[in-house]
Design a protein around this ligand. Structure first.
Ligand SMILES: NC(=O)c1ccc[n+]([C@@H]2O[C@H](COP(=O)([O-])OP(=O)(O)OC[C@H]3O[C@@H](n4cnc5c(N)ncnc54)[C@H](OP(=O)(O)O)[C@@H]3O)[C@@H](O)[C@H]2O)c1
Length: 334
């Protein structure tokens, strides 16, 4: 079967499409999945370029969706023909994240889904939401679940509260959609006025261009009297503004590192406002199932910017890094 692999050194040019042995037959408790689609997350760029070191030859991409071709003995929750989507954490079933969870992260510490077939424990997949294409389902593994975890189990957001989302990447658009589905008022930011118009069409209540208004935190605070939940994807470069935006007793989900991994933090303001700053590592398998149930109930559909074939993974990752996209870039595995 065909698979994309990370090179040594890891660079976009060294991503290689190779032939690897067939996946084989599923053993007890396992399923054989024909993967049809994946989608890109910023982390995949870090893996492919060596900024997040992985073993040479690692198959990248944590997102995956496809169809069950065979089931092993004892599998009762999934059947041949089911459309399925990969669960991000293979070692975090529910409750608090175990300390070794990241040792079972597809596309990072174990092989991901940039390949045609996978044999895996049935617990590594769930049914896809009703009516979803494979590409739509693939977007849920990481970006969808991260937004869900940030706002629902970790929030929890309740109707009438305010949520601030940053930019128009995969996590942020899911956060906007989940927040609106929960009855929240959403402030959305972007570097582009054209993208702000699209955020409005998705239901954002207040719009801020963070390039033309660098002190957007104060503006967001004044719009709402203090935001209840911020889904922080920028990291160190945006955190001071997020702290300024948040209301007393508010919650900041520390999700992303788009502007860097460390920096100066106005910690006094966190204390003064009694803020809750919560790190996020996607979510558990139980969170994943709850998210799928919520999607089936609300009819939320992911925003897909474009789809590229697996052969074009390197240009697809460059495109994502450039930030021109709106929502998810998906990968067609065929
Ligand atoms: N901790 C976790 O569990 C977890 C899970 C998933 C992702 N992440 C992290 O979350 C971040 C977002 O991931 P993603 O996959 O959604 O990324 P993405 O799709 O690549 O998002 C890119 C978008 O982010 C926006 N952006 C860039 N710099 C910004 C800034 N300074 N302020 C506000 N927005 C900014 C831009 O939107 P505009 O063009 O509209 O300005 C850009 O188009 C990444 O750092 C990723 O590693 C963490």
């Amino acid at each position: 079967m065909r698979a994309m692999t990370v090179g040594n050194p890891a660079t976009l040019e060294n991503l290689k499409l190779v032939d690897i042995p067939d996946a084989g037959s599923p053993g007890p408790g396992e399923i054989l999945v024909k993967l049809h689609a994946s989608s890109l997350n910023y982390k995949d760029f870090l893996v492919a370029t060596g900024l997040l070191p992985v073993d040479a030859g690692r198959i990248p991409l944590c997102d995956g969706a496809g169809e069950v071709l065979a089931v092993g003995e004892g599998v009762v929750d999934l059947a041949v023909g089911d459309r399925v989507v990969a669960v991000f954490h293979t070692r975090w079933p529910a409750g608090e994240m175990p300390s070794d969870a990241m040792r079972g992260a597809p596309g990072d510490t174990i092989d991901g889904y940039a390949r045609q077939f996978a044999v895996a424990p049935a617990t590594w997949f769930s049914r896809a939401p009703e009516g979803y294409s494979h590409a739509e389902a693939a977007t849920l593994t990481c970006a969808g679940l991260t937004a869900w975890r940030a706002l629902v189990p970790d929030g929890p957001v309740i109707a009438g509260q305010t949520v601030l989302v940053q930019g128009t990447g995969g996590v942020s658009l899911f956060a906007l959609q989940f927040a609106k589905a929960m009855g929240a008022i959403v402030i959305a930011t972007s570097s582009s006025d054209a993208k702000l118009e699209r955020l409005k069409a998705l239901g954002a209540d207040h719009l801020i261009n963070y390039k033309t208004l660098p002190e957007w935190g104060e503006a967001a605070f004044n719009l709402t009297g203090g935001v209840d939940h911020v889904v922080e994807v920028g990291g160190s470069g945006t955190l001071p503004q997020s702290i300024a935006a948040t209301g007393y007793g508010g919650h900041i989900s520390l999700v992303g590192v788009l502007t860097g991994r460390g920096g100066e933090i106005p910690s006094g303001m966190i204390t003064r406002k009694r803020l809750r700053v919560q790190g996020v590592q996607v979510g558990s398998r139980k969170d994943h199932f709850n998210m799928i149930a919520a999607i089936n109930a609300t009819g939320i559909r992911p925003v897909i910017d474009r789809s590229l074939p697996l052969e074009e993974l390197a240009p697809a990752l460059s495109l994502q890094e450039s930030g021109v996209h709106f929502g998810k870039i998906t990968i067609d595995i065929g």
